[in-house]
Design a protein around this ligand. Structure first.
Ligand code: SF4
Length: 317
């Protein structure tokens, strides 16, 4: 089980960091993929108008990435009201201190400001656990930095099962190596930084964005030696052009390679890697996306209903 917020058009960080991994895992596991619109409300409660179009666009990008909706269950979180009900029931047994100690809680408040420190935001790791537990997921792909969330989820499950008898499944973290995808300004690629290259960008837009990328500021003329280790374009080569990385390192360091040529090669490789995804995106009927989400919600709801019934029976409510 995994999920994404309805952020609108997804970018290469989403693709290389999540969607392509989901495609690989879905060949091995029964897979549930959730578009987490309740989660979007925890930080975007003043911009709710973006959520509905964001759902459509991110679903389109997930399908374009190669997710087969016959094999995977793709659904919108709020289409399963059972999640909200189970969240309320579990909230009765989760100590506030457990939620407050989540590393991301304080970090996010520091980054986004105190006004997001709402009741709902505090409870969002619990909602994540409910997302997982309600479809009885056994494995969740996460990076090392998210292990604490899974551990918290496991603790909540253990507490519930201890209080009410064995009911919920303890999920395991499926530790995945996520590539570090730099944005055009060298920071992590993120929509909110305005440094993203979107999955849906065409070749020309992608090339233009890569041409605008920052490089080693000391490499001013073509034959100046550069330091690839501080260059975001070099990081992007690692993601899409791994076999050429040693040569590029050597040629950049010695001044044999200029930034214009280096960027052109990066853009060419990236466009070649993304071509099947972009072709698939162009061939998807937008009206079909809503159908896929409706069908996914029905399939997910049948599991969710049964889990919620078990939870209520365990609590005797
Ligand atoms: S040659 Fe390539 S790796 Fe070196 S600084 Fe320029 S863009 Fe970066």
């Amino acid at each position: 089980m995994s999920g994404v917020r309805p952020t609108g058009r997804a970018h290469l960080g989403n693709y290389f960091g999540a969607f392509s991994n989901w495609v690989a895992l879905s060949r091995e596991y029964e897979t549930y993929l959730e578009i987490a619109d309740y989660h979007a409300l925890t930080t975007a409660f003043e911009r709710t108008g973006d959520i509905a179009p964001g759902i459509h666009d991110v679903a389109l990008d997930i399908l374009a990435s190669g997710i087969d909706p016959e094999r995977c269950v793709l659904y919108v979180q709020s289409a399963l009201p059972e999640i909200a009900e189970m969240h309320l029931l579990l909230s009765m047994i989760v100590p506030v201190a457990w939620l407050q100690r989540t590393p991301t809680f304080k970090d996010q408040i520091a980054a986004l400001g105190g006004e997001i420190a709402t009741y709902g935001f505090l409870g969002y790791p619990l909602m994540q656990l409910v997302d997982i537990a309600i479809v009885r997921a056994t494995a969740v792909p996460v990076g090392r930095d998210q292990l604490s969330h899974i551990e918290l989820g496991r603790e909540i499950v253990r507490r519930f099962n201890h209080l009410f008898g064995p009911t919920l499944v303890e999920p395991e973290a499926l530790l995945s190596a996520f590539p570090d995808v730099p944005g055009t300004d060298g920071r992590k690629m993120s929509k909110s930084y305005g440094n993203a290259i979107d999955i849906a960008d065409d070749d020309a837009v992608t090339t233009k964005k890569i041409r605008s990328m920052l490089t080693d500021p000391q490499k001013i003329r073509r034959h100046d030696p550069g330091n690839p280790d501080i260059c975001p374009v070099f990081k992007l080569h690692h993601v899409v052009n791994a076999e050429r990385v040693p040569v590029i390192r050597e040629e950049c360091s010695t001044g044999a390679l200029g930034c214009v040529d280096c960027k052109s090669e990066c853009a060419e490789r990236l466009n070649a890697v993304m071509k099947p995804v972009r072709d698939r995106r162009a061939s998807i009927d937008p009206a079909g996306v809503a159908r896929v989400l409706r069908d996914g919600a029905e399939r997910a709801r049948s599991v969710a209903r049964s889990t919620l019934a078990d939870v209520k029976a365990a609590i005797s409510i």
